[in-house]
Design a protein around this ligand. Structure first.
Ligand code: SF4
Ligand code: MG
Length: 321
């Protein structure tokens, strides 16, 4: 599993000085070609850190990332640069990730230039093709980012991310800053591109409704660890971990079966600096048992394709007592 601690040596707050945050703790999963894995959890749970670790935008302390069998962790600088061609990231803020002085056509085809894939003339053609692909007017390639709306800029950021048709795209809150109607358009665009180009997405979001719309599988993170991972349908129809159940309570139910009683989340998220022994959800869990305070539950399969880290399911064959 992959892990990352951040040392707070340089922190200004005296009570955290010299301590460390375990942002990502021994997380492990696979992502198949053409698959979308949704990664959900409250802010600060480590999901963005995990996305950056996978692309090696930050270095993990432990653990391995492989892309199509090749190690990303441990790759040399030169090899990593080449690997970056195969993995791209789309951030939340499309304005911050676009150079204001670069035309959108240049911005979109910048990866083609950086990797020496295409000369100026071919890049102009590609800019037009990619703009059409993301539903924008190809004649607008010479315009600048400020001439586009937020939704259009996010389409531009996506066009750049897919310019080299990478097998893996990490989307970190990629639609979170957009209006709901524009969100739907961009999500449909991502789905459509996946169908056409066969890329895999790691789709990071705090918004379960959005994750539900795009994901084949969903992983739920709590304080640096995955507490449940399952097929999206199974997770939404039959959430097992008490934290997943609580998270789902904030999403409107889509079927009568889902409209069963759902307990709201209570209690405080523990500080990631002083993580409790045992289950990290114990302080907020409505089903907490004595052993939860001392024994950390492992992520174990409780139903086909559904893994849960909770003592309730140990040896229970998937049914909570
Ligand atoms: Fe709740 Fe215990 Fe399960 Fe943790 S292990 S989620 S505290 S029942
Ligand atoms: Mg984040």
């Amino acid at each position: 599993g992959i892990s990352k601690r951040f040392d707070l040596d340089d922190a200004l707050l005296p009570w955290v000085k010299g301590r460390a945050v375990q942002a990502v703790d021994n997380v492990s999963f696979d992502l198949a070609p053409g698959e979308t894995l949704g990664l959900v959890g409250e802010s600060g749970c480590g999901k963005s850190t995990l996305g950056r670790l996978i692309l090696r935008l930050i270095e993990p302390d432990e653990g391995e990332v492989t892309l199509a069998g090749e190690a990303v962790t441990g790759a040399s600088r030169a090899r990593l640069k080449a690997l970056r061609r195969s993995m791209q990231i789309v951030f939340q803020n499309p304005f911050g990730s676009l150079n204001a002085r670069m035309s959108v056509g240049e911005a979109i085809t910048e990866p083609l230039r950086a990797f020496g894939v295409a000369g100026p003339r071919k890049r102009k053609e590609e800019a037009r093709r990619l703009l059409s692909l993301v539903g924008l007017d190809p004649d607008h390639a010479d315009r600048f980012p400020h001439e586009f709306s937020g939704g259009q800029r996010q389409r531009i950021a996506i066009a750049r991310a897919i310019a080299l048709e990478p097998p893996l795209v990490v989307c970190d809150e990629a639609v979170s800053a957009l209006d709901v109607s524009v969100q739907a358009q961009v999500l449909n665009l991502l789905k459509d591109l996946k169908t056409r180009l066969g890329m895999a997405y790691l789709f990071i979001s705090h918004d379960l409704a959005v994750v539900r719309h795009v994901s084949d599988r969903v992983a739920v993170m709590y304080l640096g660890s995955i507490v449940e991972i399952a097929d999206a349908d199974a997770l939404f129809a039959s959430p097992k971990h008490p934290y997943t159940v609580a998270l789902l309570a904030s999403v409107p139910a889509e079927t009568p079966q889902e409209r069963k009683e759902r307990a709201p989340l209570e209690g405080q998220v523990p500080s990631p600096i002083d993580l409790p022994a045992g289950c990290r959800f114990a302080g907020r869990c409505p089903k907490v048992m004595p052993r939860c305070h001392t024994e950390r539950p492992p992520l174990a399969e409780v139903a086909p394709g559904q893994r849960v880290a909770c003592h309730l399911y140990e040896g229970a064959g998937g049914t909570a007592p």
